[in-house]
Design a protein around this ligand. Structure first.
Ligand code: NAD
Length: 173
C-alpha cells in the first residue's frame, strides 16, 4: 500500500505534547545542552538540567530562560553517581512541574586514568537515573507513564580495527 504525503512525519514541524516534563543529565554543556534546547524549542512544559557543574548549569539555565522565557527550565546540581542526588533531582522537578514523563540519561565521561569513575558515571549513573525514573513514572507508584532515553555511542556497537592507542601513563588497577 503506498503512502500519501499526508502520512509523512515532519520532524521539523512536530511539537511535543504540552505536558512534557523532562530531566536531562549532563545538560550544562555538550550534547545534553542541545537535547534540552531541542525539548524547549519543541514545546516542553519544563526541563530540568541535572549536572555536576553548577556554575555552567546555572549559566545554561539563564541562557535558556532569556531565550525561551523563565519558568520552563531549572537547574539541579547532581552527581549521577549519587543515588540520593538523583532522587533529589526527581523530587525537585516534580515539585516544580508535577509529573515527570521524559528522562534522558546523557551524562557520560571518558577517563582512561580513572576506570572506576568512568564506570560509575556511565553505568551506575544510568542505572540510578533509570530506576528512579521508573519509580516516578510508574502508574503503580502514582506516576503517569513516560519514556527513558539512554545516550550511548556507536563505539559500543562497532568493531574498530588496528592497535588501540595507549597513553604512556595508562594505569589499570
Ligand atoms: N560527543 C560525542 O561525539 C559523543 C559521541 C557518542 C556518544 N556521546 C555520549 O553523549 C553523552 C554526552 O557527551 P558530550 O560529548 O556532550 O559530553 P560533554 O563532556 O560535552 O558534556 C558532559 C556533561 O556531563 C556532565 N557530567 C560529567 N560527569 C557528571 C556526573 N557525574 N554527574 C552529572 N553530570 C556530569 C558534565 O559536567 C557536562 O556538562 C555522553 O554520554 C557520551 O558518551 C558523545
Amino acid at each position: 500500500m503506498s503512502s500519501s504525503s499526508t502520512d509523512t512525519f515532519d520532524i521539523g514541524r512536530a511539537q511535543l505534547p504540552p505536558d512534557t516534563v523532562a530531566i536531562v543529565t549532563g545538560a550544562a554543556e555538550g550534547l545534553g545542552k542541545s537535547f534540552a534546547e531541542g525539548l524547549l524549542e519543541k514545546g516542553a512544559k519544563g526541563v530540568c538540567i541535572a549536572d555536576v557543574n553548577e556554575p555552567l548549569g546555572l549559566k545554561t539555565v539563564q541562557e535558556f530562560s532569556d531565550h525561551f522565557g523563565g519558568g520552563r527550565v531549572i537547574f539541579v546540581k547532581c552527581d549521577v553517581t549519587s543515588a540520593s542526588e538523583v532522587e533529589a533531582v526527581f523530587a525537585k522537578t516534580k515539585e516544580k512541574y508535577g509529573a515527570i514523563n521524559l528522562m534522558v540519561n546523557n551524562a557520560g565521561i571518558v577517563n582512561e586514568k580513572d576506570m572506576a569513575l568512568t564506570i560509575n558515571v556511565n553505568v551506575t549513573g544510568v542505572a540510578y537515573g533509570t530506576y528512579t525514573a521508573i519509580k516516578y513514572m510508574s502508574p503503580a507508584e502514582g506516576g503517569k507513564g513516560g519514556k527513558i532515553i539512554n545516550i550511548a555511542s556507536v563505539a559500543g556497537l562497532l568493531l574498530f580495527h588496528g592497535p588501540v592507542p595507549r597513553p604512556k601513563d595508562f594505569v589499570c588497577s
